[in-house]
Design a protein around this ligand. Structure first.
Ligand SMILES: [Zn+2]
Length: 199
């Protein structure tokens, strides 16, 4: 049904203590709010879904909730990881922290790459919202699989051709239940999802 963790993905992980960046408290607060609405969570088969990240200052690096942390009601600082480099073409990331980054980090990376003003990204799963808003808000084409170079191109296309730049949220038709929002802060990215959830 869902395709989490299926894509071949290479993560070069340096195990280190907590990497803290400015704004991490807001990031953590937003992540737990998304969890409380099951926009981030875990499927019955134990596979986690959804993640949230924050750009480190003006850099291309970002702090993201770690892989397979969807079952934690409150996600502590030691379950976040800093993505320090990535290669969308070859499905590779480098990261450091107490836990590993997920393959979905590349979805975040491609969004940061579009505009330096984007400072936070949230990726949620929700069947109801996905069905309801697919093709009603900016939507990536169904044949484009998540976590692929083609998805990066597709999101750039939406950014150029639709009102994604102002709406700051899109549905991934080719990624079951997947939605992505972004903004100048974790609060903005989170609230865009919560507003959709509450409509
Ligand atoms: Zn996903």
């Amino acid at each position: 049904m869902h395709d989490e963790g299926v894509i071949k993905f290479e993560c070069r992980w340096e195990k280190t203590p907590v990497c803290s960046i400015e704004g991490v408290e807001e990031l953590m607060q937003c992540r737990d709010e998304l969890f409380s609405r099951k926009l981030i969570g875990v499927y019955e088969d134990g596979i986690g879904y959804g993640n949230i990240s924050l750009r480190e200052g003006e850099s291309g690096r970002f702090l993201i909730s770690g892989t397979q942390t969807g079952h934690f009601e409150k996600l502590s600082k030691d379950r976040y990881v800093l993505v320090t480099a990535y290669d969308i073409e070859h499905n590779r990331v480098e990261c450091k922290g107490p836990v590993q980054a997920s393959s979905e980090s590349l979805t975040h990376a491609m969004i940061y790459g579009m505009n330096p003003a984007i400072r936070a990204v949230a990726h949620a799963h929700h069947n109801g919202l996905w069905k309801r808003f697919k093709n009603r808000i900016p939507t990536t084409r169904e044949e484009v699989a998540y976590g692929t170079p083609a998805m990066a191109v597709e999101v750039q296309r939406l950014y150029a051709e639709t009102d994604l730049k102002t709406k700051k949220i899109f549905v991934m038709a080719g990624h079951q239940e997947g939605l992505v929002s972004f903004g100048a802060s974790p609060r903005e990215a989170c609230n865009i999802l919560l507003n959709l959830y509450e409509t």
